[in-house]
Design a protein around this ligand. Structure first.
Ligand SMILES: C[S@@+](CC[C@H](N)C(=O)[O-])C[C@H]1O[C@@H](n2cnc3c(N)ncnc32)[C@H](O)[C@@H]1O
Length: 224
């Protein structure tokens, strides 16, 4: 699956996705993540990607024309493609959407900046307008990275062992997330303080009981 992110600052995003499991998944061809500099699709000497808002007001707005050209080129003749515009006014991103996007061959994500993106992008270019939560960030770069990561980790083989997905997905309706502990079994932050211990149940080796404990203390993240 291909993830293409349109942004003004591609370097940090590309670097991030070359690390760890996602970097490995890219090397083995399971996913391809590429952030593109929107300036590539400008046609003036100064590579202008933004302009003042009609109607007045502070700040700058990302122009529709470079975005149109970029999406047209990136999409090509492919099928099973979705174009997402990131905006705090959009539909809330959820585990369920991550699962739906997994069926696509390509996800093109438009990351806004400054005062946002010319509304004609939402009206004529994007399939979905997505928010990652009810707060306002300075750009769509972090939201784009969150979405790519949430979708990519569901792809078979990306997060390592196949059984991990099956076990945690509980029949495909969502994900169990629960508290985890690792060595040491007992940690004493200072000689006078009390010890921080691992719950005894997790040390029993009793698979069913451990599973029950995890469900009692965890949360099911639905994807229906
Ligand atoms: C300062 S915001 C401008 C928001 C713009 N006025 C709007 O209503 O869409 C700059 C950019 O950050 C991104 N952004 C900020 N908060 C976001 C959120 N919660 N979810 C998704 N994208 C967000 C969007 O791409 C947005 O264009």
């Amino acid at each position: 699956m291909d993830f293409d992110i349109l942004t003004l600052f591609p370097e940090a995003i590309n670097y991030y996705f070359q690390q760890g499991l996602l970097g490995r998944a890219q090397k083995s061809g399971l996913i391809k993540v590429k952030a593109h500099d929107l300036r590539r699709w400008t046609d003036d000497k100064h590579q202008t990607v933004d302009d003042k808002p009609y109607g007045g007001g502070n700040g700058m707005v990302l122009k529709v024309d470079p975005i149109f050209r970029a999406v047209k080129e990136l999409k090509g003749r492919r099928r099973k493609v979705k174009v997402i515009l990131l905006t705090p006014r959009g539909k809330q991103f959820t585990q369920s959407l991550a699962r739906q996007y997994l069926d696509l061959k390509q996800l093109i994500i438009i990351s806004g900046r400054y005062e946002g993106v010319d509304q004609r992008v939402a009206e004529h270019i994007a399939d979905d307008q997505i928010s990652i939560g009810p707060y306002v960030l300075m750009s769509g770069d972090l939201p784009a990275m969150s979405i790519v990561e949430a979708v990519a980790r569901l792809k078979s083989g990306v997060a390592g062992d196949e059984n991990w997905l099956k076990e945690r997905q509980d029949g495909g309706h969502g994900f169990w997330e629960y508290p985890q502990y690792t060595r040491p079994e007992v940690f004493k932050p200072s000689p006078r303080s009390s010890s921080w211990v691992v719950p005894k149940m997790l040390l029993t080796g009793h698979h069913r009981k451990v599973e029950r404990w995890r469900r009692e203390h965890g949360r099911f993240i639905e994807s229906e």
